[in-house]
Design a protein around this ligand. Structure first.
Ligand SMILES: Cc1cc2nc3c(=O)[nH]c(=O)nc-3n(C[C@H](O)[C@H](O)[C@H](O)COP(=O)(O)OP(=O)(O)OC[C@H]3O[C@@H](n4cnc5c(N)ncnc54)[C@H](O)[C@@H]3O)c2cc1C
Length: 172
């Protein structure tokens, strides 16, 4: 999101500026600048399995407007399903749903990424530049999976996928 800041015209060319049609003597800057300040009783960072579960539980107790989930992605993946995908039994497309459907409607979904934690101020800063204050913070950002760091992972994934298909076909 970009905020519009009115600047005095200067002789030099300034990156990121657009000329305003109705005010030829002014320029508009599209550079991101300090944004909204929000305040919640509970802020949950991450809208994965853990974050969604907490949002649903706490949101029901506290009611609307008290809980926020900060999650940048539009799509939520149900990871346990991937075991079946790896085995060749299910398709990866079926392991996902829109985040808007899985984040509780009792919580506000802030589609953004946390950039900085300031626990001494009960504050997080997001990529869009928003400041979000909280009384309680839950961090549920999951893990980054690196299957490629495992020796021969590609080989074994292929093997196990093949044997599961065989097993299925022969009805073992
Ligand atoms: C193949 C596989 C099979 C599994 N099988 C099982 C099983 O059978 N049973 C079981 O109990 N568990 C299983 N698990 C584990 C289970 O899926 C995880 O424990 C669970 O998803 C963890 O939930 P989480 O909310 O901590 O993290 P995740 O579900 O990974 O969610 C983390 C979220 O945080 C968001 N995020 C990351 N960084 C930021 C940031 N800076 N700002 C805002 N948001 C951010 C991400 O976008 C993501 O949506 C399996 C996992 C895998 C990979």
């Amino acid at each position: 999101m970009a905020c519009v800041k009115l600047l005095q015209r200067s002789g030099s060319s300034v990156h990121g500026m657009a000329r305003a049609c109705t005010a030829p003597s002014m320029h508009f800057s599209t550079t991101p600048c300090a944004k909204a300040k929000k305040n919640y009783e509970v802020v949950i960072v991450g809208g994965g399995a853990g974050g969604c579960a907490m949002a649903s539980k706490i949101g029901r107790r506290l009611g609307k407007g008290k809980v926020a989930v900060v999650e940048p992605h539009e799509t939520h993946y149900y990871q346990p399903y991937w075991t079946l995908v790896g085995a060749g039994l299910k398709k990866i497309e079926n392991s996902c749903k829109p985040s808007s459907e899985v984040i509780s409607n009792k919580a506000d979904w802030l589609k953004d990424k946390v950039q900085e934690f300031q626990p001494e101020n009960n504050l997080i800063l997001t990529k869009n530049g928003d400041e979000i204050k909280y009384e309680y913070l839950i961090v549920a950002v999951g893990l980054t999976l690196h299957y490629d760091w495992l020796d021969n992972a590609a080989f074994w994934t292929k093997q196990s996928s093949q044997s599961c298909k065989e097993r299925n076909r022969n009805n073992w």
